[in-house]
Design a protein around this ligand. Structure first.
Ligand SMILES: [Zn+2]
Length: 300
């Protein structure tokens, strides 16, 4: 009798162990799922279909228009600067003369730490020479200029997106490089339509957009929701970037509460590559690039 009971108990225990084991396996599987999906998405990235098209901007004129209207294209309504502001004489990349409206022309635009803002303008003829297509997910699928970044920044971006993915954070590029001629065409069209003064309040003056350096990129989650929009600030992707971007050499270029200094509203999606050392220093100090170079606040 006792023996039978023991056997029964043993049988029950074995069954229980099997059930527990099975459910454990299941959990393990589902945990690995996001990674698998991520890998799938990543593969798609290089050119195929990308989910979340709803959030992506259409092409052509509308894209440019849309981009420019958002702060990100480095334009911002309400933060227009006075053209009479004096540029700083000791801003990092050095000065290469001044434009007729008082902006400083950057002497070494190819430096990774280059300061480009509403007072520091890229030289008219500058085009980055080492632009490449970073192998990361974007919210659109076409092979456009706005995927491009300079080699060093592109490599860092790939590492950062990979690290985020390991933390189950799926990032996507929204817009990176924009050529000087694209920015100029866009701006000229606005000036024609609204006049210079008004155009300057919502569109970046050619040569003053960081996107022209090939070192800046706007980033969103892979669903493209809140792409270059204020609501991005509340996403887990934004939180991850705030905590980790500097490990890969990127800074949140337009932080919250620094609008007067940078001349831009808070843009948690706009990342700027400056190199690991400087990014770490800036993340540590909480400074902006302007403060780091002791440049005069843009809207002072
Ligand atoms: Zn941007």
């Amino acid at each position: 009798m006792k023996k039978r009971r023991k056997r029964l108990l043993l049988f029950v225990m074995v069954c229980a162990a099997m059930v527990i084991g099975y459910s454990f396996l299941k959990t393990g599987d589902s945990e690995t799922l996001p990674a698998k999906q991520a890998a799938g998405n990543g593969a798609v990235e290089s050119g195929g279909e990308v989910s979340g098209n709803a959030g992506s901007e259409p092409d052509g004129d509308a894209t440019a228009e849309g981009n420019a209207a958002i702060g990100d294209s480095d334009t911002n309504a309400g933060t227009a600067t006075s053209p009479t502001d004096k540029p700083s004489q000791d801003a990092g990349a050095g000065e290469g003369g001044q434009t007729e409206d008082g902006m400083a022309v950057i002497a070494k635009p190819e430096e990774m730490a280059v300061l480009v803002n509403k007072q520091h303008k890229l030289p008219e003829e500058y085009n980055p020479s080492d632009l490449v297509y970073p192998d990361v997910r974007f919210i659109f699928s076409e092979k456009a200029d706005k995927r491009k970044m300079r080699q060093e920044a592109a490599t860092a971006l790939e590492k950062m997106f990979g690290a985020a993915e390991s933390d189950n954070i799926l990032l996507a590029g929204v817009s990176a490089y924009r050529s000087h001629s694209t920015q100029k065409t866009l701006f000229d069209r606005y000036v024609k339509r609204d006049g210079l003064e008004k155009a300057r309040t919502y569109s970046a003056f050619p040569g003053t957009s960081e996107h022209e350096t090939g070192l800046a990129i706007d980033v969103s989650g892979s669903d493209g929701k809140c792409a270059a929009a204020d609501c991005f600030a509340d996403t887990k992707e934004a939180l991850w970037l705030e905590q980790h971007a500097h490990d890969y050499g990127f800074i949140i270029r337009y932080p919250e509460g620094k609008e007067e200094i940078t001349g831009y509203q808070y843009e948690p999606w706009h990342l700027r590559y400056v190199g690991k050392d400087l990014a770490a220093e800036i993340a540590e100090s909480g400074e902006t690039l302007e403060e780091y170079f002791d440049a005069v606040p843009v809207t002072k």
